[in-house]
Structures are given as C-alpha cells and as structure tokens.
Ligand binder design. Structure first.
Ligand SMILES: *[C@@H]1O[C@H](CO)[C@@H](O)[C@H](O)[C@H]1NC(C)=O
Ligand SMILES: *[C@@H]1O[C@H](CO)[C@@H](O)[C@H](O)[C@H]1NC(C)=O
Ligand SMILES: *[C@@H]1O[C@H](CO)[C@@H](O)[C@H](O)[C@H]1NC(C)=O
Ligand SMILES: *[C@@H]1O[C@H](CO)[C@@H](O)[C@H](O)[C@H]1NC(C)=O
Ligand SMILES: *[C@@H]1O[C@H](CO)[C@@H](O)[C@H](O)[C@H]1NC(C)=O
Ligand SMILES: *[C@@H]1O[C@H](CO)[C@@H](O)[C@H](O)[C@H]1NC(C)=O
Ligand SMILES: *[C@@H]1O[C@H](CO)[C@@H](O)[C@H](O)[C@H]1NC(C)=O
Ligand SMILES: *[C@@H]1O[C@H](CO)[C@@H](O)[C@H](O)[C@H]1NC(C)=O
Ligand SMILES: *[C@@H]1O[C@H](CO)[C@@H](O)[C@H](O)[C@H]1NC(C)=O
Ligand SMILES: *[C@@H]1O[C@H](CO)[C@@H](O)[C@H](O)[C@H]1NC(C)=O
Ligand SMILES: *[C@@H]1O[C@H](CO)[C@@H](O)[C@H](O)[C@H]1NC(C)=O
Length: 868
C-alpha cells in the first residue's frame, strides 16, 4: 500500500491508493465523502472530503438539505464525520467518476435530529448501479435491533451510528448511488465510502453446502453482495484503520456464539505468513493471530460443537468465508474437524495444517449456501470429526465473514418496522443518547446510561419474540466506546448471547478491597498456584473465601471466564459454591462461600485441631464422593476434577464436606497447552499411574485419587512423606501392601483405636483398594464408591449403637434417593436402586432444554453406571 499526501484546495488530504501486484494498470481511487458540508475532516487516519468541495469528482442531482447536528454522543473518533449529513425529501443521486471494476461501498448513518427531521421518522431506499441495496430503511430501527444484541454487554456500549457495506462490480465509468425517500418521509446520509478492489478477493467457484462436492458460481461480475457479518473469532475487534487494505471493521465474535463456553480463545502473534502475496488482501494478520478452539472443560472427549448463530435475511444466497490459521500444532493430523453450515456438513476431515500447508499459515475457505424463506438464521458449527483417527478431537476458527448475494438485482429485504411498535420508549432513549448526550451534563448522561441499561435489560426479555423479525442488520455500529479492546473484554466478561444469566455476582474491586481489608495479609488463608486466598466479609456480612489471581499474570483470562461460567452453573450441596467474581482492572478474583472448618487434611494431621471421629470421617468421605459423583455424571459430558486430595475437600461449620478447586487449580488449556499438558496436572501422591502412562484423562483418575484420600483418612499421614523409610514414603503403595494382607488396622490412625467397627474398616479398606486398581476400567465408579461408603457408615453406626449407644441413630439408613433435595439444578433427579448387589444409577430427564447448549447443567443422559 502506498499512501500519498496531496495538497488540494488548501486542505491537506490523503488519498489512499492501493498497491497492486500488477503495476501496469491505471490507479484507481477511493472516495471518502463527508456528506452535507464543504469541509473535509480527518477521521480514522483518512481524510474525508466534503461533498460540496469543488473538484472532488462527486456530483449530486439535487442539493437536499445540509444538516449539521453539531453535537455528538458517539465514538469521538467519528464525531467530525457524523456531525453533518445530507437530508433529502426527494430522490438524490450521488455520482462518482470512477473506473470500471470492483468496489466496496460503505454508507454511514448517524441518527440525527435536525429542525423538523427526526431520524426515527425517516424511511428510504438506496440503489446503486441497478442494484437495490435497501428499501424502507430506518436507521434507528436497525440500530435498535443491533443494540438488542450488544447492549447486554455491561450496558456500556450505546451504539450511535451504523455502517452498511456492499461489494459490487461496475462496467461503466461512474458509480451512482441513488437515495429514494419513501413518500412523505425523508432520507439522510452522513458519509459515503467507496474503496476499489483490484484483487481477486473472491474465487468465482465456491463449494456448495450439501452439494456433494459440487460448486456454485458466485457470478460477482453480475451480482452484488452485502457484508452481513465480519468477525474476528477469538480476538478483539479490528478497527478499519488496522485493516489498511480495505478498511474493514472486524467485530468480536463471542456475542454470536450460542455458548461461548464451548470455545476457548488462543493467540500467537509470531510469524504468520500468507501463502501468496495476493492473499494479504483477504484479511489482515490480526484475524489470523487469534482463534477459538474447542474448550477443554475437563471433559473426557470433546463431543460438542462450537456454534455461531447469525441472523440473516431469508430467501437469499450466502457466501460464508471461514478464515483459519493453525497456531498450535506443527504437524498434521493433530486437529481434524467437521464444518457444518445450517446443520449440513460443509466439510469433513478438515485439517487446517494440511490445507494451509503448514503451521502459522493464513488460509481461508468459502462455502455457498441458500437460506430458504422459512428461516432467518445461519448456523456455523465446528466440531470433532469422530470418523477419523486424529490424535485430538478439536476444531479451530480464526475469522468468519458472511456475504449476502443479490437476487435479481436485489439485496434489499423489506423490513417490517411495524415491529418497532411497542418499543417506542426504548427507541427514543437510544436516540436520546445519540442526540442529546453532547449537550447534556455528565450527570444527565450518566442517568441516561442507567436508564438505557434498564430499558435494554427489560427489552431483552422480549427479544425472543423479536427474533422472528429478520433482516435488520447493519454491518457494524460505531459505539460510544472507542477502545475496542476494552469493549471486547467487557463483552467476554458479561455477554450472554444465549440469554444464560450468570448466577454469580459481579463485585467491584472496591467491594473486594473492603471485604479483604485491602488484601490484608493477615486475612490470608491459603496460597495456590493461582494466587492468594483471603478470608473476607462481604457487605451483607457473609463470610467468603476470596481468591485473587496474581495481578502480574495476564494469562488465564479465558480460563477465568470459563470457570466463572462453569462454576456459576454448578450448584450442589457438596461442591463449594461460587458467590461471584470481580474482573475489574485486569483483576481476576473469585469469591467462594467460606468454609469455616477448613480442609479435611487439617483435621487428620499436621495441625492442632482435635482429631475427628471415624463416623465423621466416613460422613466427610461420603460428602466428597457425592460432590465428585455429581461432577462426573451431573453434566452430559462429565467433568473430571483432576485434583482430588484432602486439601481440596473443605468442611463447613457443620462439617459438611464440599469439593473445592474444580477448575482453576488446573490452569487449563490455553495457548500452546491442550491435551499434552493436561497429563501432568494433579498432585503428586494422588496421581493415577494409568493417567501418567497413557496420558488419557478419565473419571477413573479421580477415583484413583479418591482412593488415596480414603487411605489418608484411615492412616492420617501425608501421601508423600520423604522422611520415612523408603518403602513407606508413598502412602498409596504402603497402605496397599497392608490392605492386600487384610491388616489395614495395623496402620490405622492411633486416634481411632478402639473407636471403630472392625467390619466397617474392612469394608472401607476394600473400597480404597478397588479405587487404586492399576487399570481404570477395574476401578469402581464414584457412584459405586459412594454406595459402598454409605454401607460402611451404616456398619459403623450400628456398631456405635450396639456398643456404646452413642446416640439413637437408626441402624437402617434409608437407601432411597441419595441426592434428593441436594442437587439444586432443577432438571435432574437421581435415584439409586439396588439390584442383586450391584448399583445402577438412573438420571431422569425432567426438562430437556436446548440441546445445543454445552452446559454442565445439561442433565440429560441416561447414565448406566455399570456400562461406564
Ligand atoms: C463553506 O460554506 C460556508 C457557508 O455555508 C462558507 O461560509 C465557507 O466559506 C465555505 N468554505 C469553503 C472552504 O468553501
Ligand atoms: C478527479 O479526477 C481526476 C481525473 O480522474 C483526478 O486527476 C483528480 O485527482 C480527481 N480529484 C479528486 C479530488 O479525487
Ligand atoms: C438517478 O439515477 C438513476 C439511474 O442512474 C436515474 O434513473 C434517475 O433518474 C436519477 N435521479 C435523479 C433525480 O437524477
Ligand atoms: C464504560 O467504559 C469506559 C471506558 O472503557 C469506562 O471509563 C466507563 O467507566 C464505563 N462505564 C460504565 C457505566 O461501565
Ligand atoms: C495475484 O493476482 C493476480 C491478478 O489479480 C494474478 O495475475 C496473479 O497470478 C496472482 N498471483 C498469485 C500468486 O496467485
Ligand atoms: C478457484 O477455485 C477452483 C476450484 O474451486 C480452484 O481450482 C482454483 O485454483 C481457484 N482459483 C484461485 C485463484 O484460487
Ligand atoms: C518464520 O517463517 C519463515 C517461513 O515459514 C521461516 O523461514 C522462519 O524461520 C520463521 N521464523 C521464525 C522465528 O519462526
Ligand atoms: C454439531 O452440529 C451438527 C449440525 O447441527 C450436528 O449434526 C451434530 O450432531 C453436532 N455435533 C455434536 C457433537 O453436537
Ligand atoms: C440446526 O441445529 C440447531 C441446533 O443444533 C437447531 O437449534 C436448529 O433448529 C437447527 N436448524 C435447522 C434448520 O434444522
Ligand atoms: C421520534 O422521536 C420523536 C422525538 O424525539 C418522538 O416524539 C416520536 O415519538 C418518535 N417516533 C417514534 C415512532 O418513535
Ligand atoms: C507461537 O508460535 C511459535 C512458532 O511459530 C512458537 O515457537 C511459540 O512458542 C508460540 N508462542 C506461543 C505463546 O504459543
């Protein structure tokens, strides 16, 4: 690209001239027109020339009205461009003297209120070179529609202007943009941008979805296209100034994901190359530097899709362009996946490494699909291809563009603005932000922001109804937040594209500081790999454990996000629950319920605390097993804790055991780490040897660790104690030797001597031994462990009853629904039945919800514990 500065009419302005690979061709110019004024402005690094500036090669057929709104409440970068507009009550043609070829045309609209003209009453059509671009177009209506998607993002983005983008080819020497107001109404335009495209941006032949390998011709010489979506997947927004080829805006994708938990963001900025110089035009490098891959939410197998759901206009053909760049693997066959477009397979056996010809190579693939008149959604889904023998089931996407193709010279979808009825209040508030904000005092502005947040929260409730009204979609909107990175961050933190509301509370940093006495060291109750844990009292007097990530570590944002989403969905009596989080100022803080009695370990050894009884130990083990059993079976795909140990079993004031740290302790699979490094997670002494050998993570690894916990509970010693004789260092090995000889009582915690039922200890030892079986498949499931522990507890209670008569506990415990009333996720109920000595656990499906959601709250499978 070559940038030349030219002095012209006393105004310095820039003409952006695009570099071609073939120099011979005449240079083609772009037009950047600031409408309704004779002054030129510098915006986003380019100079926009006034439409009445003489010699600008632009003419218009009727002068219309030059409107100057003077004030502005939007993105300050665009303020100079958007404070003037040309209003027309009759047809108005803009004619640009150009050369034949392909162009991007962008129309910029900023809702105005000028004299008697209020943008919410404007309706107009736009044609260009025989192509109908929009008809019955109402700018606030379109903004409002878009706002309903985005305003949920923390309420900090009131979009005030929108841009529509088209791509077409002309064979004449002029480009005519024709604005036609609806009778009795008026139209307006703030800026027009025409960018020549001399590169082969599109290959005419594109594979057709569901076409059995066939392809369709785009015929873009005759047809026009409208850009519907342009997303930088897994990264932050890319502003036009960062895409110096065509000044395209790339939005953040997360708000379009059906469940953003399903995809983790990865990035690598090093050394990405384009296969050929021509490809540098396809997308700027930042698109390829970030991506989304299937999340590794501690699931056994990645058996889910990453899904993007995009609203489109029915009855049009679409071009879907997917951008890929393998950032992680330096050999083929590591990541093979399937691509689905509208639930049909568009590609399978897709290996980016192979297709792109290596790692860190930019690559794109186009697909052609037809959206019928019956639907207004376009689903893009990427998921594992289980039919291939790839090393890992994973998928990757870096960027996504969707273009609508014209049909018989028409790109306009006639919109039903009647749907705006009943939204008048919120609409006028959106307009208020646009119009009045500049003059309003800061206080009034703040009040309006609050009102808008409130209105939009209310409005989001009837969003589903609105979704039947398709077609209002600008390419992008300029928000009042100029800092797109901050915006993107905010949105990953709080966007809930699926309408899923986080149950966790969002704390301000000030609240956290108040709760922890400004992170007073004396309130520290623990230190982990993640950071420090403080005891705090939140405003309503609730005690909380506040876990603060090391502020220096800027990694782990994605994991932090995933954890919040996951943990706030997990609710169980035997899991430590998340109260909320704080993500202000780069902090990553999690607020958990406070567990007054600390870790199980502290009640076994190594502290001054009084020893706990055998019965209490059994109850704690049962509680922990229930928590783990819930993790393993409660969700469709199961969650593997991976760090089961006595310091992760916490006790509340009533000695109810809860599993903690299911998540952040294993700092997760970001960037370069995925399956490989999962192998080394866990704590020494508790690690499943099979997991070590085969690097394959299953629920049975947790069972192994839980077995070690059981021995620790009996012996009350550290799992690794290097000060002991060699054969005693490792508790698991040592205790197993005694257990195999059926003499576990020889090594039992002296504190328990004479206070336990020998039968219960024998049974307990057998369970622990089974858990430590060398092969995962020989180990019981946690459901089985749980049931056997219940039985052990009965033996102990019966013994207590007959011996000392400690209390009046019935010796026959109810074998009925074990978890009834404890599982707070409403859509499941688990019942246990005994069948000739073995256990079967059935999870009843009560409320099958959205099958798409990859949520841990999806209790929908019939689980046969024996079959696992
Ligand atoms: C622009 O127009 C205003 C009046 O509309 C006029 O006063 C001013 O001189 C013009 N500026 C230029 C550079 O033509
Ligand atoms: C108008 O067109 C002429 C001839 O194509 C060109 O030399 C001149 O630079 C153009 N002016 C502007 C303002 O683009
Ligand atoms: C605008 O242009 C179109 C086609 O180029 C033409 O049919 C129409 O008459 C023009 N309108 C005006 C007001 O010049
Ligand atoms: C909105 O974002 C800006 C900049 O990111 C920030 O300064 C401001 O406090 C935010 N306002 C609200 C209401 O969150
Ligand atoms: C790049 O594009 C030009 C035409 O735009 C074409 O002639 C040339 O062969 C292309 N180069 C490559 C490497 O594809
Ligand atoms: C266009 O696509 C066809 C088949 O889909 C392929 O053979 C051809 O090489 C592509 N052309 C370019 C320039 O990429
Ligand atoms: C960058 O890529 C080029 C070509 O793929 C390669 O020759 C070079 O060694 C790479 N540099 C680094 C630092 O990886
Ligand atoms: C992924 O999406 C496709 C298309 O909707 C569907 O057929 C497939 O079953 C999904 N795969 C998984 C694992 O959910
Ligand atoms: C495509 O699949 C999604 C979920 O996988 C579903 O919600 C949607 O209705 C399906 N669409 C069609 C047209 O079958
Ligand atoms: C348009 O805005 C005006 C004033 O801002 C308001 O009185 C009117 O009700 C709005 N019209 C609609 C259809 O919302
Ligand atoms: C990025 O990729 C390069 C190889 O191109 C690799 O050496 C480097 O470790 C990667 N960095 C990260 C943070 O993954």
């Amino acid at each position: 690209m070559k940038v030349q500065a030219m002095g012209m009419l006393g105004i310095l302005w820039l003409v952006i001239i695009f570099g071609f690979t073939n120099i011979g061709k005449a240079r083609r110019e772009s037009f950047l027109i600031n409408c309704g004024t004779n002054s030129s402005v510098n915006v986003d690094g380019r100079s926009w020339i006034g439409d009445t500036v003489p010699g600008n090669n632009v003419t218009f057929s009727a002068s219309g009205i030059e409107a100057s709104t003077g004030t502005f409440g939007g993105n300050p970068v665009y303020e100079p461009l958007y404070t003037t507009a040309r209003i027309f009550t009759d047809n108005l043609n803009y004619t640009f003297r150009g050369t034949p070829g392909k162009y991007f045309l962008r129309l910029h609209f900023y809702p105005l209120a000028y004299e008697n003209y209020n943008a919410n009453e404007s309706y107009f059509a736009v044609d260009s070179n025989g192509l109908s671009l929009v008809s019955e177009f109402n700018v606030p209506g379109e903004i409002l529609n878009k706002n309903s998607n985005l305003l949920g993002s923390g309420g900090n983005s009131s979009f005030t202007s929108l841009v529509k983008e088209y791509f077409f080819s002309i064979d004449a020497n002029v480009i005519v943009v024709d604005f036609i107001p609806t009778k009795g109404s008026f139209g307006f335009v703030n800026a027009i941008e025409i960018i020549p495209v001399d590169d082969k941006l599109f290959n005419d032949s594109v594979s057709r979805v569901g076409g059995n390998g066939g392809s369709s011709s785009l015929n873009l010489n005759k047809r026009g296209a409208e850009t519907m979506y342009r997303l930088n997947v897994g990264g932050s927004a890319i502003n036009p100034s960062q895409d110096s080829n065509f000044w395209r805006m790339w939005e953040v994708d997360s708000s379009y994901m059906v469940n953003s938990d399903a995809g983790s963001e990865i990035r690598n900025r090093s050394n990405i190359t384009y296969p050929s110089p021509n490809d540098t035009f396809v997308a700027p490098l930042p698109v390829y530097e970030t991506a989304r891959t299937l999340s590794n939410t501690e699931v056994l197998e990645k058996r889910f899709n990453m899904s993007w759901k995009l609203e489109v206009d029915p009855d049009f053909d679409y071009l879907v362009r997917l951008h890929f760049c393998e950032l992680l693997y330096d050999k083929p066959n590591q990541r093979i996946f399937r691509i689905y477009i509208n639930n049909r397979s568009a590609a399978d056996n897709f290996d980016v490494f192979v297709r792109a010809g290596g790692m860190n190579k930019a690559y794109h693939e186009d697909y052609f699909d037809v959206i019928s008149s019956k639907t207004n959604t376009l689903w893009i889904q990427l998921g594992p291809d289980t039919t291939t023998g790839s090393a890992g089931t994973d998928a990757l996407l870096n960027g996504l563009e969707v273009f609508k193709l014209s049909q018989n010279g028409n790109l306009a979808y006639v919109q039903k603005y009647s749907n705006l009825e009943g939204k008048k209040t919120s609409k006028s508030f959106v307009l208020w932000v646009g119009i009045g904000a500049g003059i309003a005092s800061i206080a009034i502005l703040a009040a309006l922001v609050i009102l808008i947040v409130w209105f939009c929260k209310r409005k989001n409730k009837d969003d589903d109804a609105k979704k039947t009204a398709p077609g209002w979609r600008p390419l992008f909107l300029h928000g009042s937040v100029a800092n797109s990175t901050a915006n993107a961050k905010g949105s990953t933190a709080y966007q809930n594209p699926n309408g899923t509301v986080r149950s966790g509370r969002r704390f301000t940093l000030a609240e956290i500081r108040a709760a922890t006495n400004n992170f007073d060291e004396s309130l520290g109750i623990g230190v982990g790999g993640f950071g420090k844990v403080y005891k705090g009292e939140i405003d309503d007097g609730t005690l909380a454990a506040i876990k603060r990530a090391n502020p220096q570590s800027h990694q782990g944002l994605a994991e932090f996000e995933t954890e919040i989403e996951m943990l706030s969905k997990l609710r169980h009596r035997h899991l430590v629950s998340l109260i909320g989080f704080c993500d202000e100022q780069n902090e990553m803080i999690l607020v958990y319920e406070y567990m007054a009695n600390g870790t199980l370990r502290s009640h076994l050894f190594g502290s001054d605390l009084p020893p706990i009884s055998w019965k209490q130990r059994l109850e704690v083990c049962i509680g922990a097993a229930r928590g783990l059993h819930y993790l393993h079976t409660g969700s469709e795909r199961g969650i593997i804790h991976r760090d089961v140990k006595t310091t992760n079993i916490l006790l509340d004031e009533n000695f109810v055991a809860k599993m903690a740290d299911f998540g952040l302790s294993k700092t997760g699979p970001s960037l370069e780490h995925t399956h490989v490094s999962t192998a080394v997670k866990g704590s020494f002494g508790y690690l499943d040897p099979e997991y070590f050998r085969r690097q394959q993570l299953t629920e049975k690894s947790d069972v192994y660790s839980f077995g070690v916990v059981l021995f620790e509970v009996v012996c009350a010693r550290a799992v690794i104690n290097p000060t002991l004789p060699k054969d005693q260092i490792n508790l698991a090995e040592w205790a197993m030797r005694w257990q195999r000889q059926r003499s576990l009582e020889s090594i039992i915690d002296p504190q328990l001597r004479g206070k336990y039922s020998p039968e219960s200890l024998m049974k307990f030892g057998e369970i622990a031994e089974k858990c430590l079986a060398d092969e995962g498949k020989s180990r019981p499931t946690l459901g089985e462990v749980l049931w056997h522990l219940e039985y052990v507890l009965q033996l102990q209670e019966a013994w207590l009853h007959s011996n000392a008569g400690e209390n009046s506990v019935s010796s026959i415990r109810d074998l009925g629904p074990v978890d009834e009333g404890e599982c707070e996720v409403q859509d499941a109920a688990t019942s246990y039945e005994e069948h000739s000595g073995s256990i079967s656990v059935t999870t009843h499906r009560l409320d099958p919800t959205d099958p798409m959601a990859f949520g841990v709250d999806q209790f929908s499978q019939l689980v046969n514990q024996q079959g696992r």
